[in-house]
Design a protein around this ligand. Structure first.
Ligand code: 26Q
Length: 841
């Protein structure tokens, strides 16, 4: 050893116990953070401070922070392996993580030191945070729920791994041109992703297409061989998911599809070099792009291949871990609890059977037992058109062996069902995994139900309706499998990170333990009666509104008044969510203000945000309706200081972090019985917005918690909706009862909001008058009357503030920590495993 190195070692060993040597890449001292940052700038980005781009600076900071996560990440994996800890595998085609940097700083508890370190280098942390391109690997609620859940699992120190797809292009980037949505590609990986680590050594092979052959093996056993048409490689990319101020850093493992070398070589030998390269491109298509549809389906082959690809990769990975832990495949269900985030990964049921039976030679009954004990299924929708089913012939083409396995599962299942429902063949046909009412389909929800030991809805009403309608035959057969787990959201991202002003105020009053235990937020309740606290509360809301107003100005050029009420609806654009109900009401308010010049209303800013599926013409027309009404209102001097309408383009997690803290009124106005849960509703309430909403999804439970006096309720209940359907709903009846409604529909039809074009919105209007499947007309009067109560309530500033504080204080139930504890206890049987320090540092 050189003399210099010896001297350095000697210096290390004299470092006082409990402090870290300064060159330690995990040190959190300001000096070492600065050193590490400058090192990454030079050695990772190849730049010096004076020539670095903003992205170079962001990348260097991200690497500096990632370094600080790696030791606990390593220890976490090592602890789970050593303990053979029961691990939750959360399978989801979507993870809508949002930007990592801010959250990771919060988890590590180093935001303040980093801010100072950056500022000593002449840099502004907020500006660096803004550089991060958020990975938009999800459509909306379902993908964001997966992100909240894996964060909570880590914070609760539960062994868990999130499995999904590393899409090269996430959800499209939305711009608004001439009032219409325009989609642009989301090349989020353009500048590299500093959070992920690629593990080529754990790549797996996935087969697709081809046919099956039966044969007898050397030991005389009947076997089936799948001869695929092609093979694709899956390469895992891992990102650290640190828990909040704990030793646990779990893993999000996303799979990227690549061409297999063997495959290329084969084609290459035939001299078809370009053919080989083009096949390579085809393989990589599998993880190329996220399908931007939610709640509606087209049976696209590539989508089925995507689902199978990530599920097969994940299961093979778990079997590798099982082997590595020295455990037999037959105790797979003891090592892993697998959650299906909707039916998108439901093919896993057939895949685990295939792996156990065909590849590990486990007898069918034993394999089926293991499979059922492993899987649990969460349903996220009541819309029949959103239930996944695959045309049988397409399914056979892509997954011939799985179709055989599904036939076998179905035959055995239907035998069992025939014992339950003796002689009831119509029910047997309804239960079947194969829909044979017309063109034949594989029903993925049925596969998920049959292959799982637990089935849950995402809010109480939703779970009840599942048992009553959508899954009633399964409920009749296995009532004990059904449960309800109301969704939750993480208070780390949605309060502590997004609303720092509120976090500081709450901290001063009740301490900071609520960040880890949101139920403690109830301690805020007494402050609702404290006038001084109330004015601080208001000042914070106002400051957050000023921040959002600046974002709005930058993104839309519209100047909004921070003293007006911020009335917000942000979510995917869908008819059942009824953004157009709000649009009708805004047009009515405008009509009123124009006809009664001195009408006194509390000034309001209506803020909308959300993406429409690119093929969903009606949803795109809803966006155009909102922007068109906005254009007229925003430029009319008669109402300009009282009404504003904003459509915020490209709503995302990043934008949500500005929106929720600034919102005063949360619009949750879906037709009762259609919104499974909603999770935005929770983020609003936690940040002190009051809700105007229907008795739908988790709204019901929010109202129950915050109290009916603190919630603006309107509209039909789910029961009333069904009754009205049975009796025959006639939208036109409602027109005669509410003259204002008629006037508004006429005004829109006249072309007043569309530069005289009376055709533009006709499809929307005709549909409302003659079909109105989401019953806007039935709920309109009740909604408008409720909005008048909101207006009234907002004028009493003190009373509104009190209600706002009570909303926050009474949302203790809606943390994803609570939801995860319920899943752990009632479904997964998983427990916290504190991480040991195993890596010798
Ligand atoms: C399926 C097949 C092919 C292409 C796309 C899809 C697909 C993708 C995403 C279908 C549905 C989704 C997303 C559904 C979703 O976000 N549902 C929402 O889930 C939330 C979390 O439970 C609930 O709060 C919402 O009520 C529910 O709408």
């Amino acid at each position: 050893m050189a003399a210099g190195a010896q001297a350095a070692n000697a210096a290390d060993s004299t470092t006082p116990a409990g402090t870290r040597p300064e060159h330690d890449r995990s040190s959190l001292s300001r000096e070492s953070l600065k050193r590490a940052f400058l090192d990454h700038l030079l050695y990772t980005q190849g730049k010096s401070l004076d020539i670095a781009s903003k992205n170079d600076l962001y990348q260097s900071l991200a690497h500096t922070v990632r370094d600080r996560l790696v030791p606990s990440w390593f220890d976490t994996t090592a602890t789970y392996q050593k303990r053979n800890a029961r691990t939750v595998a959360y399978l989801s085609a979507e993870f809508l993580m949002g930007p990592y940097l801010g959250n990771n700083l919060l988890s590590l508890g180093i935001s303040h030191e980093i801010r100072l370190a950056m500022s000593e280098l002449g840099l502004d942390l907020d500006e660096l945070l803004r550089q991060e391109e958020e990975p938009g690997l999800g459509n909306g609620g379902l993908g964001r729920l997966a992100a909240c859940f894996i964060e909570s699992l880590a914070t609760l120190e539960v062994p868990a791994i999130g499995y999904g797809i590393r899409y090269e292009y996430g959800i499209f980037y939305q711009t608004i041109m001439d009032g219409w949505q325009v989609e642009n590609t989301d090349a989020w990986l353009r500048y590299g992703n500093p959070w992920e680590i690629q593990h080529a050594e754990w790549a797996v092979q996935v087969k697709l297409g081809g046919h099956t052959e039966q044969y007898t093996d050397d030991s005389g056993r009947f076997r089936v061989r799948w001869v695929p048409e092609k093979t694709v490689a899956g390469v895992p990319f891992d990102s650290p998911i640190p828990g909040y101020r704990v030793g646990t850093t779990n893993t999000l493992r996303l799979w990227r599809a690549e061409a297999t070398e063997a495959f290329d070589f084969h084609v290459f030998n035939r001299g078809d070099y370009l053919g080989a390269v083009s096949k390579k491109v085809t393989s990589e298509n599998l993880s190329k792009v996220l399908y931007p549809n939610d709640e509606s389906l087209q049976g696209k082959e590539l989508r089925l291949e995507q689902q199978y690809f990530f599920v097969s990769c994940s299961l093979q990975d778990m079997l590798r871990l099982q082997r590595q832990r020295g455990q037999p495949v037959t105790s797979f269900h003891k090592s892993f609890a697998m959650q299906l985030n909707d039916t998108h990964p439901a093919i896993g049921v057939a895949e685990l059977m295939r792996l156990l039976v065909d590849e590990h030679l486990v007898p069918w009954e034993r394999a089926w037992d293991i499979t059922r004990q492993t899987f649990a299924y969460t349903n996220h929708t009541l819309l029949p058109e959103a239930l996944e089913r695959w045309p049988l012939e397409l399914f056979r083409r892509v997954l011939p062996r799985h179709l055989e396995i599904i036939y076998e599962i179905n035959a055995r299942f239907l035998n069992e069902a025939r014992i339950h429902f003796f002689g009831d063949e119509t029910r047997i046909a309804r239960l079947s995994l194969i829909d044979e009412t017309g063109e034949r389909y594989v029903r993925m929800a049925h596969l998920a139900c049959v292959g799982s030991h637990a089935i849950n809805g995402v809010a109480n009403l939703h779970s009840e309706l599942l048992k009553r309608d959508l899954l009633k035959d399964f409920y009749a057969m296995w009532p004990e499998k059904f449960d309800s787990m109301t969704n939750g959201v993480t208070p780390r991202r949605w309060v502590a990170l997004s609303n720092p002003r509120l976090t500081k105020l709450i901290g001063r009053c009740i301490g900071e333990d609520w960040i880890k235990d949101w139920s403690l937020i109830s301690n805020l309740e007494p402050y609702a009666e404290d006038a001084a606290f109330g004015s601080e509360w208001r000042a914070i809301k106002r400051a957050n509104k000023v921040d959002l107003a600046a974002v709005i100005l930058r993104k839309t050029g519209i100047r909004v008044d921070p003293d007006s009420m911020f009335d917000v609806q942000v979510k995917r654009i869908h008819e059942y969510k009824r953004q157009h109900l709000s649009a009708l009401h805004i047009a009515a308010l405008y009509h009123r203000l124009k006809s009664q010049r001195n009408l006194d209303i509390a000034p309001r800013t209506f803020i909308f945000g959300g993406k429409a599926a690119p093929g969903y013409a009606r949803a795109k027309l809803m966006i155009k309706l909102i922007t068109s009404i906005g254009d007229v209102i925003n430029s009319d001097p008669d109402v300009r200081d009282r009404l504003k309408v904003v459509f915020l383009p490209n709503y995302s997690v990043t934008l949500g972090q500005w929106v929720y803290p600034a919102a005063e009124l949360s619009e949750q106005i879906s037709l009762a019985g259609k919104e499974a849960s909603g999770t935005g509703n929770m983020k609003f309430a936690m940040n002190g917005a009051l809700t105007i909403g229907t008795m739908d999804g988790a709204n019901i439970e929010i109202r129950e918690e915050v109290g009916e006096d603190q919630f603006f309720l309107f509209g039909l209940t789910a029961e009333e909706v069904y009754a009205m359907r049975r009796e025959g709903y006639r939208p036109l009846d409602y027109l005669s009862r509410d003259p204002e409604l008629g006037a508004v529909l006429d005004l829109i039809r006249s072309g007043f909001f569309s530069r005289g074009d009376s055709e533009l919105f006709a499809p929307l209007l005709d549909d409302l008058l003659h079909h109105d499947p989401y019953m806007l007309l039935a709920d309109y009067s009740s909604y408008a009357a409720c909005q008048a109560r909101v207006d009234e309530a907002y004028r009493d500033t003190q009373a509104w503030t009190r209600m706002s504080i009570l909303n926050t204080a009474r949302t203790g139930k809606f943390s994803s920590d609570r939801a995860i504890r319920e899943y752990c206890e009632r479904i997964w049987k998983a427990h916290p495993v504190p991480v040991e320090k195993l890596y010798a540092r």
